[in-house]
Design a protein around this ligand. Structure first.
Ligand SMILES: NC(=O)c1ccc[n+]([C@@H]2O[C@H](COP(=O)([O-])OP(=O)(O)OC[C@H]3O[C@@H](n4cnc5c(N)ncnc54)[C@H](O)[C@@H]3O)[C@@H](O)[C@H]2O)c1
Ligand SMILES: O=c1ccn([C@@H]2O[C@H](COP(=O)(O)OP(=O)(O)O[C@H]3O[C@H](CO)[C@@H](O)[C@H](O)[C@H]3O)[C@@H](O)[C@H]2O)c(=O)[nH]1
Length: 442
């Protein structure tokens, strides 16, 4: 099929590349000329395992192309995916200006039947706004053309985005147009082993499903983070509790890891947006408001532990920080807990030497000129002259480190672990003072 993807960010690029992988002819549009230039030169603007190969293979086969030319993009695809950003407005609601602008641009140029598919995460009712924007643009041109609006939310996780797209747990299609539903079913047929995994529903339910999924996952994390505080207070171990409850299939094992708070471009934004749109509909989401405030508090937990150990004035102290990205497998720094910690420690007078296997360039862009922050070339180099090691992102290479190097390179053998990577008993044996999340200190 001929497909246009409007917005070549994280989701747009993965969507475009994975749709081309199945033989579709995909044209990705972005208004950011530098991004498109880079992609056309064979580069890739994000770190995402496996994506570069898929992009390069399909670009070489001319099934995947990149452009800033809006006329060409609208003319190209019968299916027009909108995958632009929906950042939070000041009041937490999703800012729909990019979605509406993309829809308007399609309406201003289309000359034949189009299926306009919203892949961005958008509040319930956005499909009506997309339809209205296209209708208005067509009316302004004085033409009548058929088109369908579809909601097709994306559930991929960063760091596993290609696998998530190629083998989705489910594909949600919100639509009320039979022709569009048939096109969407056939588009996704190669990706799902079982046709029941394609869930066709009304547009509003599809839009809502995306927020409900992210809110449920965020709720599980905040629930465990809150319990981790109780575990510390009563002398229980949240890791054992996690295994104890996760073995019940009604609960399941995933998204129960206590840590230093959830970050990323989705959970914080989407939880806020659902709270906001529910409130606009006259419904207060008490549970979800608590999920958000527990997370804000959790992002302070490592800072609290460090200040409890060293005092509020950290001048003259230096901390080694392992991990900057909001999770492993990505260089994404959006809402990363590391940012909150770095700001807190440096504001208290400390110096931070950070190391991340892939996110340091992105961190430099995200925190330009951050006073008191330096970057190290390796995990061990970050330890030099530091009073303690603080672990914020659970990259695989941090899971079995050279403990001798940790002990001998730090000024004091002291580790604050925001991701519960090590066994407290082992750390005790190794003679390393160890503070984790919801676990007995060693
Ligand atoms: N990042 C994720 O893991 C993820 C997963 C699922 C869903 N989502 C949702 O997908 C949407 C996109 O997220 P993202 O992380 O890919 O965003 P992003 O910020 O990485 O990319 C958005 C891109 O859209 C471009 N753009 C904006 N307006 C445009 C226009 N009118 N025409 C063409 N290009 C335009 C921007 O230049 C940018 O490159 C959001 O709604 C997000 O919530 C994101
Ligand atoms: O048990 C857990 C699981 C995750 N996290 C944290 O939660 C955040 C989000 O992690 P994850 O969900 O793996 O990453 P995202 O790439 O943000 O993916 C989420 O957000 C996307 C955008 O909407 C959705 O498409 C995905 O389904 C949804 O998992 C990260 O900071 C993780 O460290 C925890 O603290 N504990």
């Amino acid at each position: 099929m001929k497909i246009t993807v409007v917005g070549t960010g994280y989701v747009g690029l993965v969507t475009g590349a994975c749709l081309a992988e199945m033989g579709n002819h995909v044209l990705c549009l972005d208004l950011d000329a530098r991004k498109i230039e880079m992609l056309n030169a064979g580069g890739i603007p994000i770190h995402e395992p496996g994506l570069e190969e898929v992009v390069q293979r399909n670009a070489a086969a001319k099934r995947l192309e990149f452009t800033t030319d809006v006329d060409r993009a609208v003319a190209h695809g019968t299916l027009q995916f909108i995958a632009v950003g929906t950042p939070p407005d000041e009041d937490g609601s999703a800012d729909l200006q990019y979605v509406v602008a993309a829809a308007r641009a399609i309406g201003e140029r289309m000359t034949d039947y189009k299926v306009v598919i919203d892949k961005s995460t958008v509040p319930v009712g956005t499909s009506d706004k997309v339809r209205a924007a296209i209708d208005a643009a067509l009316a302004a041109r004085g033409v009548t053309l058929e088109f369908a609006v579809v909601s097709n939310p994306e559930f991929l996780k960063e760091g596993a985005a290609v696998a998530d797209f190629m083998r989705p747990d489910r594909v949600v299609i919100g639509a009320d147009d039979e022709r569009a539903i048939l096109l969407m079913r056939s588009l996704y047929a190669p990706y799902v082993r079982n046709r029941d995994r394609v869930l066709v529903m009304d547009l509003k339910s599809a839009e809502f499903t995306k927020y409900a999924a992210n809110s449920m996952l965020a709720t599980r994390i905040s629930f465990m983070n809150e319990l981790s505080r109780v575990a510390e207070a009563v002398g229980a171990d949240i890791e054992l509790v996690r295994q104890g409850i996760g073995s019940d299939p009604r609960i399941g094992t995933q998204f129960l890891y206590a840590g230093c708070g959830y970050g990323g471009s989705c959970f914080p934004k989407d939880v806020k947006a659902l709270i906001r749109s529910a409130s606009e509909a006259g419904q207060e989401l008490e549970l979800l408001s608590a999920v958000e405030s527990v997370n804000e508090r959790q992002k302070q937990v490592l800072g609290d532990k460090i200040i409890a150990r060293f005092g509020a004035d950290l001048s003259g102290r230096r901390f080694a920080l392992w991990g900057l990205a909001f999770k492993p497998g990505t260089d994404d720094m959006r809402e990363a807990p590391s940012r909150v910690l770095i700001e807190r420690l440096t504001a208290a007078g400390a110096e931070v030497t950070a190391y991340d296997p892939v996110a340091m360039a992105e961190a430099r862009r995200a925190m330009p000129g951050q006073a008191g922050l330096r970057y190290a070339d390796s995990a061990v180099a970050a330890l030099e002259g530091a009073d303690a090691l603080v672990i914020v992102t659970e990259w695989k290479e941090f899971r079995s480190p050279d403990f001798d190097a940790i002990r001998s390179t730090l000024r004091t053998p002291l580790v604050f672990d925001g991701r519960n990577l090590f066994e407290p008993a082992l750390m005790k044996q190794l003679g390393i003072e160890y503070h984790a999340i919801g676990r007995p200190s060693a």
